[in-house]
Design a protein around this ligand. Structure first.
Ligand code: ZN
Length: 322
C-alpha cells in the first residue's frame, strides 16, 4: 500500500494566516485529519505531523517523512495576501521533482478547482539560492505538494470552503496519482458534492454506510446520521452502542455535549442533521457562530432551552426519526 504523509501547516503558537477570526492552522488541521481518515479507509498507510493543535517543526516533520519512506507528501495550507484579497487555489511542488510531484500537484489543483475555486496553477517557488523556498518541499525527498487551498482573507473563498469536500478532493488526487493496491483497485468514490448528496457521500466515506447518494433527505439518510453518531460515540468515548441507526434511550444516555468552538465529526453530524431539517448551516465540522445560531433556532422551534449547546435533549430532538 502506498505510504502517504498528510501534514497540516502551522499549529500551536503559529496560527498561520488569521482573517475574520479564523485561524489558518485550524482549517489546515481539519482538512488534514479528514484527508487522513478517507485515505486510511481506502487502505493507505498515513503519517501525520500533527492531529491536534500543537506546534510543528518543519525540519523534524521533513525528517519524519523521509525516515518513514513516504511515497508522497501533501501539506495543507490556506493562502493570504495584503490588500485586495486574492482568490482561488494553487499548488506548489519541489524544484527537485522528476515528474510525479508535478503530476500530484496538477491532480490536487484539478480536484480543488472542480469545487469552484479559481485556478491559480501549479508552480515552484525558489529562494535566492535556487532551492525550494518552503522547507517541507526543500527538505523532503518524495513527490510533495504544498497546497494553498483557498484565500482565508477572502470571505467568498472561505464560504465556499467545505472541509470534507476539500478533503475528498485531495484524497481523490492521491488515489489518482498513487493508486491504492495498483490497477485492480476500485476507483475513488464519486465523493464530494454539496448539500444532501455531499452529506450522503461523506457518511459513506467515513462510516462505510453504502447510502444511495440521491440527494433526498429520507429515512435512510436520517438513520445514516444516527449510525454515524453511534460509531463516533463508540470510537471516541468507548460507549459500546449497537450501531442500529435508532436514537433510543441508550444512545441518548451516551451523548456528549457539543458546544460552540467544538470541531470534528460529532460537530459535523449535528450540522448535517440541522441541514437536513432545513437550517442554514455549512457542514464543515467547525462549531462556529453560524452553527450556534442554527442550534438556537432549532431549540426555539423544538421548545427547548436556547443555550446553543447540543446536549442530550437537543440531540434527541434533532436525530430522532419522526
Ligand atoms: Zn500557511
Amino acid at each position: 500500500m502506498p505510504k502517504i504523509a498528510v501534514y497540516a501547516g502551522h499549529g500551536g503558537s503559529d496560527y498561520g494566516a488569521v482573517a475574520n477570526g479564523v485561524y489558518e492552522k485550524d482549517i489546515n488541521l481539519a482538512i488534514s485529519n479528514a484527508v487522513s481518515d478517507i485515505l486510511r479507509r481506502r487502505g493507505y498507510d498515513v503519517l501525520n505531523n500533527r492531529t491536534t493543535d500543537v506546534n510543528r517543526n518543519i525540519t523534524r516533520d521533513a525528517k519524519m517523512a523521509n525516515d518513514w519512506g513516504a511515497d508522497a507528501l501533501l501539506e495543507i495550507h490556506l493562502n493570504s495576501n495584503a490588500g485586495t484579497p486574492g482568490s482561488g487555489t494553487e499548488m506548489l511542488y519541489s524544484i527537485k521533482d522528476t515528474g510525479k510531484g508535478r503530476q500530484f500537484a496538477q491532480a490536487c489543483l484539478d480536484n480543488i478547482t472542480a469545487l469552484g475555486f479559481a485556478d491559480r496553477g501549479i508552480r515552484t517557488q525558489l529562494n535566492e539560492n535556487g532551492q525550494d523556498e518552503f522547507g517541507i518541499l526543500r527538505l523532503t525527498n518524495m513527490p510533495a505538494v504544498l497546497a494553498e487551498t483557498a484565500f482565508i482573507n477572502n470571505p467568498s473563498d472561505l464560504q465556499k470552503l467545505n472541509v470534507y469536500s476539500a478533503a475528498e478532493a485531495y484524497a481523490n488526487a492521491v488515489t489518482r496519482v498513487f493508486p491504492a493496491g495498483g490497477a485492480s483497485s476500485p476507483p475513488p468514490s464519486s465523493g464530494g458534492g454539496t448539500g444532501i448528496r455531499g452529506i450522503q457521500n461523506t457518511l459513506n466515506e467515513r462510516y462505510g454506510l453504502g447510502l444511495t447518494a440521491d440527494g433526498v433527505a429520507g429515512p435512510q439518510t436520517r438513520a445514516g446520521l444516527i449510525k454515524g453518531l453511534q460509531i463516533e460515540l463508540n470510537r471516541q468515548f468507548g460507549r459500546n452502542l449497537t450501531v442500529d441507526g435508532k436514537f433510543g434511550p441508550a444512545t441518548r444516555a451516551a451523548t456528549v455535549n457539543v458546544r460552540p468552538g467544538a470541531r470534528g465529526n460529532l460537530t459535523y453530524l449535528i450540522q448535517a442533521a440541522l441541514y437536513l431539517k432545513g437550517y442554514t448551516v455549512t457542514p464543515d465540522g467547525i462549531f462556529g457562530t453560524q452553527t450556534e445560531a442554527a442550534v438556537k433556532s432549532f431549540q426555539r422551534s423544538a421548545g427547548l432551552s436556547t443555550d446553543g449547546i447540543a446536549g442530550p435533549a437537543t440531540q434527541a430532538a434533532l436525530f430522532r426519526q419522526s
